[in-house]
Design a protein around this ligand. Sequence first.
Ligand SMILES: [Zn+2]
Length: 444
Amino acid sequence: MKGQLSARICFIFALTLAAPLLFSGCAVNPVTNEREFSLMSETQEIEAGRKAYPLYTQKSGGRYLDDELQSYVSEVGKKIAAKSHRPGLTYSFNVVNDDNINAYALPGGKISITRGLLARLDNESQLAAVLAHEIGHVTARHGAAGYTRQVLAGVLSTAGIAAMEAADISGREFIAQGGLVGMQLVLTNYSRDQERQADSLGTEYMVAAGYDPRGMVEVMEMLDSAKKGSPSRIEQMFSSHPLTSERLDAAKRRTDSYPDRFKTTERLGYGHFEEKTGKLKEDTPAFDKVADGKRLMTEGKELEGLKLIREGAKSAPNHAVLFAALASAELKAGDDKRAAEAASKSVELDPGLFQARYAAGLAEFKLSEYEESIKELDAAEEIVPGQPAVAFFIGRNHEEEGQREAAAKAYAEVLTKVKKGEMAEYSYNRLKEWGYLKEEPVKK
Ligand SMILES: [Zn+2]
């Protein structure tokens, strides 16, 4: 009866509200088995996640460079996903190179955990809890529900996956910050009900995979104490996954309801976890040093900051993202040659890292190596397409080389992405000067 009713509401809803939209429909929720109105079919959901995943990974500082750790996390995740309501999805799990304490799921089963969060976990059950919670959001289609809600609320003006992508990556402060920091995620801010459901599904899945449900309680307690210790690093996590005392109490109750065999002192995979995350924990002080250095530089303490960043990169010399940060810092401090060296080391360590290619492009531009710079910027464009700052510097290079038409094309590209700020102004003035734009009538 209930299913019938919601199917009818579904139909009316689709007819009245979604008629002008390109796609709409009802889908059976894999967890509740009830029909619900959704603007995202399963195919679209999977496609959106698949396309956005590499971009989100770049936004989060790229993949953490440790293949052994990556496959370990992926193994744990897949073991749990196999016990979920949607075992047939192609799940991916990765560790992204972000200082923040966070984890997120894109629709269709693409899940990331940050280095900052992983560094604070103590055992495999805790890791399982984080991944299982995210899997819960995926199986209950919370991302698709959030997307549908946002479209209906007019937050996303155009229906379709293309619109979602454009919203993902359009960092305006991007150039000023010399990284991808300015980009905002359009990930769902989950409701309390969705959080509750993800916790309960997550616990169910992790236990089915053989993990101690106390891992869930421990993670929540850790997050709660991290909120007091480093509030800024945990902001994203709390805005997308609000943590309440009610969630913690529910997790404790749930744990008590499981049989004793899940409450052994012998933690599943404990030793394994320590071994696999050892290097990450060892390198954490280097990352912290670089983060501190960046903060000092934004506070105007340039030399002090640069010194910390140099030390940090030197003490963990296998991480591309640290050398990309060093390159931006050297650029800011005006040492273009050192910037170019750091950037090229960064590219060497991870040719697929946007930040590395972008920093290399800027450094080569400063050194008047225009062709070299265009090569790096083209590579950056391929990794994360459509960044206005990339188009802008491609234009500047062409301009310096006297290739006016190519420069004009790049500047026009900039203006399709940004309308305000230095880059837009510069591009606009050049195009006008070169006769590509007509005088705009002055409004009175
Ligand atoms: Zn959540």
